[in-house]
Design a protein around this ligand. Sequence first.
Ligand code: HEC
Length: 130
Amino acid sequence: MPQISSLILLLLAGSLSFIGCERHPYSQGEIIYKYNCANCHMDDGSGLAKLIPSLDKSRLTLSEPAKLVCLIRNGLPVNKLTGQEMPPNTILNEVELTNLINYLGSKYALKPQTVQAPEVKKMLAGCQTH
Ligand code: HEC
């Protein structure tokens, strides 16, 4: 029955192109990265010479969501060698942080762990503020 098999092919092609629209599962996190982090760490995470570290070198931090949450929230003080600091980000809410962390994890972590917003909320509460 040639008609039926071509109908199936048509349906299959249709559903494939539907999947193709979604570039990858963390596209929301990628946008958040571009707006909040890429001006220093660059679009591809390669950093800026000796001044801004490349994210490739921070795979450990990027594999530990609890550390990463606090790093983003609190930033890092001025590094005496480079004179650069990472400013605290107090704009991102727990849902945005969740998307960002899952995106970074999927891209850089050795063993990506996905987090959910309620967990991130708890992690935030556990960060020491200074
Ligand atoms: C204004 C520039 C700037 C922005 C914006 C910025 N960073 Fe950073 N980031 C830095 C600098 C500078 C360092 C290194 C500080 C140091 O040497 O102590 C750093 C360090 C890091 C590290 C390495 C920490 C470690 O201990 O390995 C990670 C991971 C990181 N940033 C992620 C992010 C993420 C995610 C964002 C967006 C939410 C972001 N940064 C936004 C400047 C920035």
